[in-house]
Design a protein around this ligand. Structure first.
Ligand code: SAJ
Length: 445
């Protein structure tokens, strides 16, 4: 077979390809979260009838009423598709049998032990197997360690006696959803696919090419699983590097922000990352540990991942030490000081607090006797160490009444000139106040 010939398809494969080309296939998506619901909408826009599957009845009811709960999916986009009968949602079960393709978009968290938790993937694939029939294409999208598709899902599918690559088809395609990204959405973010067999890759390619502008085929599910982990490990390691550079610059008496800005003038061979209070979010702190865990089972220690994790997780403590030094220089202590933390979300202009380092900072400061409060326009309240804190306004009164203000998240809603003029003392972990330098009152990372 020359490299240009498309992989041969069995009768079942041909039938599925025709349904995909004619948009008469029914597409299933398991997991209606920030990955699954946008995918449901794009597949419906491509012309398919789409079945959204979730275990949360509230999500099912909301989708069937055309009411979106995902920021990237406006209800006025979802509702017409539901009304037109292009989208319906339900519990796992018989609905899966009606699906010609099934994309699995369920969570892959870490356990407390930092080991991967693929229980949602296992549950979803077992549900798929329960209703599996000839001609179906199954694609795992959840971020996971290389080998999951072939070592966990493939045996489940094979247990039905159906032949993968002939009767049924299996691939991995990493999700690349960046919630709130104003430019890159599901449709215009290139999609990588890797099938168990060339026929599986061809069919996965055909499905996603109908709804997504660019589809990139790789040779196997493991390659596709590794692509995603490289992308996010790249970020974690580079963020760890720049956090250590910040620590080094302080010891050298350099301004790390000036150094990074100047290094950023290099038009090739450099990509700026910025120091911060630590690593938050539901991807970057989690995904690399899926890779290092897998390598441990192969007796290899992924040192960069472990080291980056160590440095990034020490940043909240490093910021608290800066707070202690700043108060000390003002003849105060953390103990008994009123400390206002600006921003608890894990990054600017989002409302997500998952793994947010700001919560660690609050807990550490309170643990050292600080009277800690916070202000975050995107997060009305948070739980820290079992206590519920309510967001305060970032206004002159609050700023003036604090012995110390800590900038943990550089939301656009914060006013740097108000903060720099009203706050007596600031530890700025995000260089939010870069236009208002005052080394005596404003301590930067
Ligand atoms: N952070 C830094 N310094 C940096 C960049 C980030 O301290 O230079 C911190 C952030 O404040 C945050 C954490 O790292 O706490 C993660 O930030 P992120 O910008 O990587 O944002 P995420 O977690 O939303 O990552 C997602 C990922 N998208 C997917 O996995 C599909 C990631 O691959 C994207 O590159 C990233 O969005 C993005 O670029 O926005």
């Amino acid at each position: 077979m020359t490299t240009t010939d498309p992989p041969k398809l069995t009768e079942a494969g041909q039938a599925l390809l025709q349904k995909l080309d004619a948009r008469t296939a029914t597409c299933g998506v398991i997991g209606l979260g920030y990955v699954g619901l946008p995918l449901v909408v794009e597949l419906a826009h491509a012309g398919f009838d789409v079945v959204g599957i979730d275990v949360d009845q509230r999500r099912i009811d909301a989708v069937n009423k055309g009411e979106s709960y995902i920021g990237d999916v406006p209800s006025d986009v979802l509702a017409p598709l539901v009304e037109a009968g292009k989208i319906r949602a339900g519990m796992p079960g018989e609905l899966l049998r009606a699906c010609d393709t099934i994309s699995i978009c369920v969570p892959t968290p870490l356990r407390k032990s930092k080991d991967p938790d693929i229980s949602y993937i296992v549950a979803a694939s077992r549900e798929v197997v329960r209703h599996l029939r000839k001609g179906q294409l199954v694609i795992l999208e959840s971020t996971t360690y290389p080998g999951t598709t072939e070592e966990v899902i493939l045996p489940e599918l094979r247990s039905t006696g159906l032949e993968v690559g002939a009767d049924i088809f299996l691939a991995f395609s990493p999700e690349r959803v960046d919630p709130g990204n104003p430019v890159y959405k599901t449709k215009n973010t290139p999609k990588v696919v890797g099938g168990v067999t060339p026929a599986c890759s061809r069919l996965a390619h055909a499905l996603y090419a109908s709804a997504i502008d660019t589809v990139v085929r790789v040779s196997s599910p493991s390659a596709a699983e590794m692509v995603k982990l490289l992308e996010n490990t790249f970020r974690s390691v580079n963020i760890g590097l720049v956090n250590e550079v910040a620590i080094m610059c302080r010891k050298l008496g350099c301004d790390v922000w000036e150094v990074i800005e100047a290094a950023g003038t290099k038009p090739f061979g450099f990509m700026p990352f910025f120091p911060g209070p630590g690593l938050g979010g539901h991807c970057i702190p989690i995904d690399p540990h899926y890779l290092s865990w897998k390598l441990k089972t192969l007796n290899y220690n992924a040192r960069f991942i472990e080291l980056a994790g160590e440095i990034n997780s020490q940043m909240p403590g490093y910021v608290v030490d800066l707070c202690s030094d700043a108060l000390n220089n003002a003849k105060k202590a953390i103990n008994g000081s009123r400390i206002l933390v600006l921003g608890v979300a894990y990054k600017k202009d989002v409302d997500d607090c998952r793994e947010s380092p700001a919560l660690d900072i609050i807990e550490l400061l309170a643990g050292r006797g600080g009277d800690v409060c916070y202000s975050d326009p995107h997060v009305p309240q948070v739980q820290v160490d079992g206590e519920t804190l309510e967001s305060l306004p970032c206004d002159e009164d609050q700023l003036r009444s604090a012995d110390l203000v800590v900038v943990a998240t550089d939301h656009s809603a914060f006013d740097p000139s108000l903060i720099s003029s009203a706050a007596a003392l600031v530890v700025d972990a995000r260089n939010l106040l870069k236009e208002h330098p005052d080394p005596k009152r404003i301590v930067k990372l």
